[in-house]
Design a protein around this ligand. Structure first.
Ligand SMILES: Cc1cc2nc3c(=O)[nH]c(=O)nc-3n(C[C@H](O)[C@H](O)[C@H](O)COP(=O)(O)OP(=O)(O)OC[C@H]3O[C@@H](n4cnc5c(N)ncnc54)[C@H](O)[C@@H]3O)c2cc1C
Length: 393
Protein backbone atom coordinates (compact mmCIF):
# COMPACT_ATOMS: atom_id res chain seq x y z
CA UNK A 1 0.00 0.00 0.00
CA UNK A 2 1.21 3.51 -0.79
CA UNK A 3 0.11 4.66 2.67
CA UNK A 4 1.32 1.80 4.87
CA UNK A 5 0.27 3.32 8.19
CA UNK A 6 -1.81 1.01 10.40
CA UNK A 7 -3.05 1.94 13.85
CA UNK A 8 -3.48 -1.06 16.18
CA UNK A 9 -5.47 -0.57 19.38
CA UNK A 10 -4.43 -2.98 22.17
CA UNK A 11 -1.09 -4.44 23.21
CA UNK A 12 -2.23 -7.86 24.46
CA UNK A 13 -1.44 -10.95 22.38
CA UNK A 14 -3.10 -10.19 19.01
CA UNK A 15 -1.91 -6.54 18.77
CA UNK A 16 1.87 -7.05 19.03
CA UNK A 17 1.70 -10.23 16.89
CA UNK A 18 -0.04 -8.20 14.19
CA UNK A 19 2.53 -5.41 14.49
CA UNK A 20 5.33 -7.96 14.11
CA UNK A 21 3.91 -9.48 10.91
CA UNK A 22 2.96 -6.10 9.44
CA UNK A 23 6.56 -4.98 9.96
CA UNK A 24 7.79 -8.14 8.20
CA UNK A 25 5.60 -7.22 5.22
CA UNK A 26 6.76 -3.57 5.05
CA UNK A 27 3.82 -1.80 6.76
CA UNK A 28 4.23 0.99 9.31
CA UNK A 29 2.25 -0.03 12.44
CA UNK A 30 1.56 2.20 15.46
CA UNK A 31 0.34 0.49 18.63
CA UNK A 32 -1.77 2.21 21.24
CA UNK A 33 -2.44 0.67 24.67
CA UNK A 34 -4.80 2.10 27.28
CA UNK A 35 -2.73 0.81 30.23
CA UNK A 36 0.36 2.77 31.21
CA UNK A 37 2.69 -0.20 30.58
CA UNK A 38 2.46 -3.73 29.14
CA UNK A 39 -0.08 -5.65 31.24
CA UNK A 40 1.09 -8.66 33.19
CA UNK A 41 -1.10 -11.01 35.21
CA UNK A 42 -3.40 -13.86 34.24
CA UNK A 43 -3.17 -17.60 34.66
CA UNK A 44 -1.02 -20.28 33.04
CA UNK A 45 -2.15 -21.03 29.50
CA UNK A 46 -1.67 -24.20 27.50
CA UNK A 47 -0.15 -23.33 24.17
CA UNK A 48 -0.08 -25.60 21.12
CA UNK A 49 -1.42 -25.94 17.57
CA UNK A 50 -1.29 -23.14 15.03
CA UNK A 51 -0.34 -20.55 17.66
CA UNK A 52 2.71 -22.67 18.45
CA UNK A 53 3.59 -22.85 14.73
CA UNK A 54 3.34 -19.05 14.40
CA UNK A 55 5.47 -18.56 17.52
CA UNK A 56 8.05 -20.79 15.85
CA UNK A 57 7.98 -18.63 12.70
CA UNK A 58 8.56 -15.59 14.95
CA UNK A 59 11.63 -17.27 16.51
CA UNK A 60 9.97 -17.42 19.92
CA UNK A 61 10.18 -21.13 20.68
CA UNK A 62 13.46 -21.27 22.66
CA UNK A 63 12.23 -18.48 24.98
CA UNK A 64 8.74 -19.97 25.27
CA UNK A 65 10.24 -23.30 26.29
CA UNK A 66 12.56 -21.59 28.78
CA UNK A 67 9.62 -19.77 30.44
CA UNK A 68 7.34 -22.79 30.20
CA UNK A 69 6.52 -25.55 32.66
CA UNK A 70 6.47 -29.28 32.01
CA UNK A 71 3.14 -29.84 33.71
CA UNK A 72 2.70 -33.49 34.74
CA UNK A 73 -0.84 -33.71 35.97
CA UNK A 74 -4.26 -32.11 36.29
CA UNK A 75 -5.45 -33.21 39.74
CA UNK A 76 -9.00 -32.70 41.03
CA UNK A 77 -9.09 -32.82 44.84
CA UNK A 78 -11.79 -32.85 47.52
CA UNK A 79 -12.02 -30.55 50.53
CA UNK A 80 -9.35 -32.64 52.33
CA UNK A 81 -6.97 -32.41 49.38
CA UNK A 82 -7.45 -36.06 48.40
CA UNK A 83 -7.30 -36.89 44.68
CA UNK A 84 -10.79 -37.52 43.27
CA UNK A 85 -10.12 -37.17 39.52
CA UNK A 86 -7.77 -35.84 36.84
CA UNK A 87 -5.21 -37.22 34.44
CA UNK A 88 -1.58 -37.08 33.32
CA UNK A 89 -0.82 -34.21 30.92
CA UNK A 90 1.48 -36.47 28.89
CA UNK A 91 -1.56 -37.25 26.80
CA UNK A 92 -1.51 -33.65 25.47
CA UNK A 93 2.17 -33.90 24.69
CA UNK A 94 1.71 -37.12 22.76
CA UNK A 95 -1.34 -35.80 20.86
CA UNK A 96 0.64 -32.73 19.78
CA UNK A 97 3.94 -34.59 19.15
CA UNK A 98 5.60 -32.61 21.92
CA UNK A 99 4.69 -29.24 20.37
CA UNK A 100 2.99 -28.08 23.55
CA UNK A 101 4.00 -25.79 26.38
CA UNK A 102 2.28 -24.41 29.50
CA UNK A 103 3.32 -20.89 30.42
CA UNK A 104 1.97 -17.78 32.15
CA UNK A 105 -0.10 -15.60 29.80
CA UNK A 106 2.04 -12.66 30.94
CA UNK A 107 5.25 -14.36 29.71
CA UNK A 108 3.75 -14.99 26.28
CA UNK A 109 2.63 -11.35 26.06
CA UNK A 110 6.08 -10.12 27.22
CA UNK A 111 7.98 -12.26 24.70
CA UNK A 112 5.84 -11.13 21.75
CA UNK A 113 6.23 -7.51 22.87
CA UNK A 114 10.03 -8.04 22.95
CA UNK A 115 9.88 -8.80 19.21
CA UNK A 116 8.53 -5.34 18.30
CA UNK A 117 9.85 -3.12 21.08
CA UNK A 118 11.98 -0.39 19.46
CA UNK A 119 10.88 -1.35 15.93
CA UNK A 120 7.62 0.62 15.74
CA UNK A 121 5.80 3.43 17.49
CA UNK A 122 4.14 2.29 20.73
CA UNK A 123 1.99 4.67 22.79
CA UNK A 124 0.92 3.79 26.34
CA UNK A 125 -1.76 5.43 28.47
CA UNK A 126 -3.89 6.66 25.57
CA UNK A 127 -6.88 5.34 23.64
CA UNK A 128 -9.08 6.07 20.64
CA UNK A 129 -12.16 8.23 21.24
CA UNK A 130 -13.43 8.58 17.65
CA UNK A 131 -12.75 7.16 14.19
CA UNK A 132 -13.94 9.12 11.18
CA UNK A 133 -13.63 7.08 7.99
CA UNK A 134 -12.96 9.02 4.79
CA UNK A 135 -12.20 8.21 1.16
CA UNK A 136 -8.47 8.71 1.68
CA UNK A 137 -7.94 7.48 5.25
CA UNK A 138 -9.28 7.10 8.77
CA UNK A 139 -9.10 10.22 10.97
CA UNK A 140 -8.59 9.17 14.56
CA UNK A 141 -9.04 11.21 17.70
CA UNK A 142 -7.37 10.16 20.94
CA UNK A 143 -8.19 10.71 24.62
CA UNK A 144 -4.98 12.76 24.90
CA UNK A 145 -6.46 15.24 22.42
CA UNK A 146 -4.17 14.20 19.53
CA UNK A 147 -5.66 13.78 16.03
CA UNK A 148 -4.00 11.66 13.37
CA UNK A 149 -4.76 9.97 10.05
CA UNK A 150 -4.02 6.29 9.30
CA UNK A 151 -4.71 4.15 6.23
CA UNK A 152 -6.21 1.38 8.40
CA UNK A 153 -7.29 0.92 12.02
CA UNK A 154 -7.29 -2.51 13.68
CA UNK A 155 -9.04 -3.30 16.96
CA UNK A 156 -6.94 -5.77 18.99
CA UNK A 157 -8.38 -4.48 22.25
CA UNK A 158 -9.86 -7.68 23.61
CA UNK A 159 -13.27 -8.91 24.75
CA UNK A 160 -14.51 -5.39 25.61
CA UNK A 161 -13.10 -3.81 22.44
CA UNK A 162 -13.67 -0.07 22.15
CA UNK A 163 -12.92 -0.13 18.39
CA UNK A 164 -15.71 -2.70 17.97
CA UNK A 165 -18.09 -0.54 20.02
CA UNK A 166 -17.22 2.53 17.93
CA UNK A 167 -17.48 0.95 14.47
CA UNK A 168 -19.67 -2.17 14.75
CA UNK A 169 -22.11 -1.61 17.62
CA UNK A 170 -22.49 -2.15 21.36
CA UNK A 171 -20.98 -5.23 23.04
CA UNK A 172 -24.34 -6.66 24.16
CA UNK A 173 -25.30 -7.15 20.49
CA UNK A 174 -22.41 -9.56 19.93
CA UNK A 175 -21.75 -11.13 23.32
CA UNK A 176 -22.89 -14.66 24.22
CA UNK A 177 -22.46 -15.12 27.95
CA UNK A 178 -21.59 -18.75 28.83
CA UNK A 179 -22.86 -18.58 32.41
CA UNK A 180 -19.54 -18.20 34.25
CA UNK A 181 -17.12 -15.53 35.44
CA UNK A 182 -13.37 -16.04 35.80
CA UNK A 183 -10.63 -14.43 37.87
CA UNK A 184 -6.87 -14.96 38.19
CA UNK A 185 -4.09 -13.57 40.35
CA UNK A 186 -0.70 -14.55 41.68
CA UNK A 187 0.98 -14.28 45.09
CA UNK A 188 4.40 -14.95 46.62
CA UNK A 189 5.27 -17.65 49.19
CA UNK A 190 1.92 -19.48 49.16
CA UNK A 191 1.87 -22.89 50.83
CA UNK A 192 1.35 -25.73 50.02
CA UNK A 193 3.08 -26.12 46.66
CA UNK A 194 2.75 -29.06 44.26
CA UNK A 195 5.39 -28.67 41.56
CA UNK A 196 4.20 -29.14 37.95
CA UNK A 197 0.64 -30.10 38.94
CA UNK A 198 -2.55 -28.09 38.35
CA UNK A 199 -4.40 -28.71 41.61
CA UNK A 200 -8.10 -27.97 41.26
CA UNK A 201 -10.95 -28.04 43.77
CA UNK A 202 -14.63 -27.73 42.93
CA UNK A 203 -18.06 -27.53 44.47
CA UNK A 204 -21.18 -27.22 42.29
CA UNK A 205 -20.76 -24.15 40.10
CA UNK A 206 -17.38 -23.19 41.60
CA UNK A 207 -13.87 -24.25 40.60
CA UNK A 208 -10.55 -22.94 41.88
CA UNK A 209 -7.10 -24.08 40.75
CA UNK A 210 -3.58 -23.31 41.89
CA UNK A 211 -0.29 -23.74 40.07
CA UNK A 212 3.15 -23.35 41.65
CA UNK A 213 5.56 -21.25 39.57
CA UNK A 214 9.27 -20.37 39.77
CA UNK A 215 10.56 -17.80 42.29
CA UNK A 216 8.15 -19.06 44.95
CA UNK A 217 5.09 -17.63 43.12
CA UNK A 218 1.69 -19.33 42.93
CA UNK A 219 -1.04 -18.42 40.48
CA UNK A 220 -4.76 -19.06 41.06
CA UNK A 221 -7.65 -19.37 38.62
CA UNK A 222 -11.29 -19.13 39.72
CA UNK A 223 -14.29 -20.01 37.57
CA UNK A 224 -17.78 -19.67 39.01
CA UNK A 225 -21.36 -19.81 37.78
CA UNK A 226 -23.10 -16.45 37.42
CA UNK A 227 -26.59 -15.65 36.22
CA UNK A 228 -25.62 -12.70 34.08
CA UNK A 229 -22.34 -11.26 32.77
CA UNK A 230 -20.90 -9.34 35.72
CA UNK A 231 -20.05 -6.05 34.13
CA UNK A 232 -17.68 -4.92 36.87
CA UNK A 233 -14.94 -2.55 35.81
CA UNK A 234 -13.87 -1.54 39.29
CA UNK A 235 -11.31 -3.94 40.81
CA UNK A 236 -12.63 -3.71 44.37
CA UNK A 237 -16.14 -4.66 43.18
CA UNK A 238 -14.64 -7.57 41.25
CA UNK A 239 -12.76 -8.79 44.34
CA UNK A 240 -15.95 -8.49 46.39
CA UNK A 241 -17.85 -10.58 43.83
CA UNK A 242 -15.14 -13.25 43.99
CA UNK A 243 -15.19 -13.34 47.80
CA UNK A 244 -18.97 -13.65 47.81
CA UNK A 245 -18.93 -16.44 45.22
CA UNK A 246 -16.37 -18.52 47.18
CA UNK A 247 -17.62 -17.80 50.70
CA UNK A 248 -17.86 -21.10 52.59
CA UNK A 249 -16.33 -23.06 49.69
CA UNK A 250 -13.95 -25.10 51.89
CA UNK A 251 -10.50 -26.55 50.99
CA UNK A 252 -7.85 -23.75 50.87
CA UNK A 253 -10.35 -21.10 49.76
CA UNK A 254 -10.20 -18.96 52.96
CA UNK A 255 -6.41 -18.67 52.81
CA UNK A 256 -6.38 -18.09 49.04
CA UNK A 257 -8.99 -15.33 49.37
CA UNK A 258 -6.97 -13.83 52.23
CA UNK A 259 -4.04 -13.53 49.79
CA UNK A 260 -6.22 -11.53 47.39
CA UNK A 261 -5.37 -8.24 49.11
CA UNK A 262 -1.66 -8.70 48.42
CA UNK A 263 -1.89 -9.35 44.66
CA UNK A 264 -0.69 -6.68 42.22
CA UNK A 265 -2.40 -7.64 38.94
CA UNK A 266 -5.93 -8.99 39.11
CA UNK A 267 -7.70 -10.42 36.07
CA UNK A 268 -11.49 -10.69 36.07
CA UNK A 269 -13.89 -11.20 33.16
CA UNK A 270 -17.16 -12.85 32.25
CA UNK A 271 -16.72 -16.10 30.33
CA UNK A 272 -18.24 -14.86 27.10
CA UNK A 273 -17.94 -15.31 23.38
CA UNK A 274 -18.08 -12.63 20.69
CA UNK A 275 -19.90 -13.39 17.44
CA UNK A 276 -19.99 -10.70 14.78
CA UNK A 277 -21.61 -10.85 11.36
CA UNK A 278 -18.42 -9.32 9.84
CA UNK A 279 -14.90 -8.66 11.14
CA UNK A 280 -14.32 -5.48 9.13
CA UNK A 281 -16.16 -2.28 8.29
CA UNK A 282 -14.54 0.04 5.76
CA UNK A 283 -10.98 0.81 6.85
CA UNK A 284 -11.43 -0.83 10.24
CA UNK A 285 -10.99 -4.52 11.11
CA UNK A 286 -10.82 -6.60 14.29
CA UNK A 287 -8.47 -9.40 15.43
CA UNK A 288 -8.27 -11.75 18.42
CA UNK A 289 -10.86 -11.53 21.20
CA UNK A 290 -12.21 -8.26 19.79
CA UNK A 291 -13.38 -10.14 16.66
CA UNK A 292 -14.31 -13.60 17.93
CA UNK A 293 -13.46 -14.18 21.60
CA UNK A 294 -13.79 -17.97 21.99
CA UNK A 295 -13.89 -17.50 25.79
CA UNK A 296 -11.44 -18.41 28.48
CA UNK A 297 -12.78 -21.97 28.48
CA UNK A 298 -11.69 -22.57 24.88
CA UNK A 299 -8.14 -22.87 26.23
CA UNK A 300 -6.86 -21.49 22.93
CA UNK A 301 -7.68 -17.77 23.01
CA UNK A 302 -4.06 -16.67 22.72
CA UNK A 303 -3.19 -19.10 19.95
CA UNK A 304 -6.25 -18.05 17.93
CA UNK A 305 -5.44 -14.38 18.54
CA UNK A 306 -1.96 -14.97 17.08
CA UNK A 307 -3.42 -16.91 14.16
CA UNK A 308 -5.83 -14.10 13.26
CA UNK A 309 -3.04 -11.51 13.44
CA UNK A 310 -0.74 -13.59 11.24
CA UNK A 311 -3.42 -14.22 8.60
CA UNK A 312 -4.67 -10.61 8.55
CA UNK A 313 -1.14 -9.25 8.03
CA UNK A 314 -0.45 -11.83 5.30
CA UNK A 315 -3.66 -11.16 3.41
CA UNK A 316 -3.19 -7.38 3.56
CA UNK A 317 0.32 -7.82 2.19
CA UNK A 318 -0.98 -10.03 -0.64
CA UNK A 319 -3.69 -7.59 -1.72
CA UNK A 320 -1.67 -4.42 -2.37
CA UNK A 321 -3.92 -1.34 -2.50
CA UNK A 322 -7.08 -3.45 -2.19
CA UNK A 323 -7.27 -3.58 1.59
CA UNK A 324 -11.00 -4.50 1.48
CA UNK A 325 -10.10 -7.67 -0.44
CA UNK A 326 -7.42 -8.41 2.18
CA UNK A 327 -9.98 -8.03 4.97
CA UNK A 328 -12.45 -10.31 3.14
CA UNK A 329 -9.85 -13.02 2.49
CA UNK A 330 -8.74 -12.89 6.14
CA UNK A 331 -12.29 -13.57 7.23
CA UNK A 332 -12.93 -16.25 4.57
CA UNK A 333 -9.90 -18.21 5.69
CA UNK A 334 -10.77 -18.23 9.39
CA UNK A 335 -14.49 -17.87 9.98
CA UNK A 336 -15.55 -21.55 9.80
CA UNK A 337 -12.50 -22.67 11.78
CA UNK A 338 -13.18 -20.16 14.56
CA UNK A 339 -16.90 -21.04 14.67
CA UNK A 340 -15.92 -24.67 15.28
CA UNK A 341 -13.61 -23.63 18.15
CA UNK A 342 -16.40 -21.56 19.68
CA UNK A 343 -18.81 -24.49 19.54
CA UNK A 344 -16.22 -26.70 21.28
CA UNK A 345 -15.69 -24.10 24.03
CA UNK A 346 -19.43 -23.86 24.65
CA UNK A 347 -19.65 -27.64 25.15
CA UNK A 348 -16.57 -27.62 27.38
CA UNK A 349 -17.87 -24.81 29.66
CA UNK A 350 -20.46 -27.09 31.23
CA UNK A 351 -17.92 -29.82 32.08
CA UNK A 352 -15.22 -27.46 33.37
CA UNK A 353 -17.21 -26.25 36.37
CA UNK A 354 -20.34 -28.46 36.60
CA UNK A 355 -23.26 -26.87 38.42
CA UNK A 356 -24.47 -30.02 40.22
CA UNK A 357 -22.92 -32.64 42.54
CA UNK A 358 -23.72 -35.35 40.04
CA UNK A 359 -22.06 -33.35 37.26
CA UNK A 360 -18.90 -32.97 39.37
CA UNK A 361 -18.83 -36.67 40.20
CA UNK A 362 -19.26 -37.59 36.56
CA UNK A 363 -16.49 -35.24 35.44
CA UNK A 364 -14.11 -36.63 38.04
CA UNK A 365 -14.83 -40.23 37.08
CA UNK A 366 -14.49 -39.55 33.34
CA UNK A 367 -11.14 -37.79 33.77
CA UNK A 368 -9.85 -40.75 35.82
CA UNK A 369 -10.59 -43.00 32.84
CA UNK A 370 -8.20 -40.95 30.68
CA UNK A 371 -5.46 -43.20 32.11
CA UNK A 372 -6.75 -45.99 29.83
CA UNK A 373 -4.50 -46.04 26.74
CA UNK A 374 -6.20 -44.54 23.69
CA UNK A 375 -9.29 -43.22 25.47
CA UNK A 376 -7.99 -39.69 26.11
CA UNK A 377 -6.91 -39.49 22.47
CA UNK A 378 -10.39 -40.47 21.37
CA UNK A 379 -12.14 -37.95 23.64
CA UNK A 380 -9.72 -35.00 23.53
CA UNK A 381 -8.13 -35.45 20.10
CA UNK A 382 -10.85 -33.87 17.93
CA UNK A 383 -10.99 -30.63 19.92
CA UNK A 384 -7.22 -30.44 20.47
CA UNK A 385 -6.02 -30.71 16.89
CA UNK A 386 -6.26 -27.71 14.55
CA UNK A 387 -7.67 -28.69 11.18
CA UNK A 388 -6.42 -25.75 9.15
CA UNK A 389 -3.29 -25.47 7.03
CA UNK A 390 -1.25 -22.42 7.98
CA UNK A 391 -0.81 -20.28 4.85
CA UNK A 392 2.65 -19.08 3.81
CA UNK A 393 2.86 -15.41 2.86
C1 LIG B 1 -4.09 -8.87 32.09
C2 LIG B 1 -4.76 -9.97 31.33
C3 LIG B 1 -4.81 -11.26 31.90
C4 LIG B 1 -5.43 -12.31 31.22
N1 LIG B 1 -5.46 -13.54 31.79
C5 LIG B 1 -6.02 -14.57 31.16
C6 LIG B 1 -6.04 -15.89 31.73
O1 LIG B 1 -5.59 -16.10 32.85
N2 LIG B 1 -6.57 -16.91 31.02
C7 LIG B 1 -7.10 -16.70 29.77
O2 LIG B 1 -7.57 -17.65 29.13
N3 LIG B 1 -7.12 -15.47 29.20
C8 LIG B 1 -6.59 -14.41 29.87
N4 LIG B 1 -6.61 -13.16 29.29
C9 LIG B 1 -7.24 -13.00 27.98
C10 LIG B 1 -6.32 -13.52 26.89
O3 LIG B 1 -5.11 -12.82 26.89
C11 LIG B 1 -7.04 -13.34 25.58
O4 LIG B 1 -8.22 -14.12 25.60
C12 LIG B 1 -6.29 -13.84 24.36
O5 LIG B 1 -4.93 -13.89 24.56
C13 LIG B 1 -6.61 -12.97 23.16
O6 LIG B 1 -5.73 -11.87 23.14
P1 LIG B 1 -6.11 -10.42 22.63
O7 LIG B 1 -4.81 -9.78 22.31
O8 LIG B 1 -7.15 -10.50 21.60
O9 LIG B 1 -6.79 -9.72 23.90
P2 LIG B 1 -6.12 -9.32 25.30
O10 LIG B 1 -5.00 -10.22 25.65
O11 LIG B 1 -7.26 -9.21 26.25
O12 LIG B 1 -5.48 -7.88 25.03
C14 LIG B 1 -6.24 -6.72 24.81
C15 LIG B 1 -5.37 -5.51 25.13
O13 LIG B 1 -6.08 -4.34 24.76
C16 LIG B 1 -5.96 -3.37 25.78
N5 LIG B 1 -7.11 -2.47 25.70
C17 LIG B 1 -8.37 -2.67 26.14
N6 LIG B 1 -9.15 -1.64 25.83
C18 LIG B 1 -8.38 -0.74 25.16
C19 LIG B 1 -8.61 0.50 24.56
N7 LIG B 1 -9.82 1.08 24.61
N8 LIG B 1 -7.59 1.15 23.95
C20 LIG B 1 -6.36 0.60 23.92
N9 LIG B 1 -6.07 -0.61 24.48
C21 LIG B 1 -7.07 -1.28 25.08
C22 LIG B 1 -5.90 -4.20 27.06
O14 LIG B 1 -5.33 -3.46 28.13
C23 LIG B 1 -5.04 -5.36 26.62
O15 LIG B 1 -3.68 -5.11 26.77
C24 LIG B 1 -6.02 -12.07 29.94
C25 LIG B 1 -5.98 -10.79 29.37
C26 LIG B 1 -5.35 -9.75 30.04
C27 LIG B 1 -5.31 -8.38 29.41
Amino acid sequence: MRDASVLISGLGIAGPTLAYWLLQHGFRPTLIERASRPRSGGYVIDFWGLGYDIAERMGLLPDLRACGYQVRELRFVDSRNRRVGGFGIDVFRSLTQGRYVSLPRSDLARLIYGKIDGRCEIVFGDWITAIDQRESGADVRFASGAERRFALVIGADGLHSAVRAACFGPERKFETFLGYAAAAFEVKAYRPRDEDVYVSYGTPGRQVARFAMRDDRTVFLFVFAADAALDLHDVSAQKRALRTAFAGAGWECPQILAALDACEEFYFDPVSQIRLPAWSAGRVALVGDAAFCPSLLAGQGSALAMLSAYVLAGELASCGEEYARGFARYEDRLRAFIAEKQKGAERFARSFAPRTRLGLLLRNQVTKLFGIPGLAKLVLGPSLLDRLALPDY
